[in-house]
Design a binder for this molecule. Structure first.
Ligand code: SF4
Length: 116
């Protein structure tokens, strides 16, 4: 089976052609660097995404946050729901953990901006 996908590794957005056998990427073409090959292999085997959002806070406006690492793609909506249901206590510094385990993924959510 052949899958076409666009690499999201950088703004070039290379068009990838991926040959898949038994759920494994056996050939990747169209990539301009190794990141594209790795992206295609991961996308076929177990797709993941970083989640960036904002969480409500106890001091007024929302706090920008993101997952520390990528989470399984099928958990994105659960992670966003967890973020939206969490009230962050101010002040926060960049990198502070605001959720220890987002939606049971084991991945922390961290602040991406210092907020007084
Ligand atoms: S394959 Fe490399 S150059 Fe092409 S979009 Fe992905 S990261 Fe960018």
């Amino acid at each position: 089976m052949t899958r076409n996908m666009t690499c999201i590794g950088c703004p070039m957005g290379c068009d990838l052609i991926v040959e898949v056998e038994n759920g494994v990427a056996v050939s990747v073409t169209g990539n301009s660097c190794g990141i594209g090959k790795k992206y295609a292999e991961t996308e076929v085997a177990a797709p993941t995404r970083m989640v960036t959002s904002t969480a409500p806070s106890d001091g007024g406006g929302p706090v920008p946050v993101r997952t520390r690492v990528a989470v399984p793609k099928d958990k994105i909506f659960d992670v966003v729901a967890d973020i939206k249901a969490t009230v962050v206590k101010r002040p926060v510094a960049i990198g502070d953990v605001v959720i220890e385990d987002a939606a049971g993924t084991g991945v922390p959510v961290i602040a991406t901006k210092a907020v007084e």
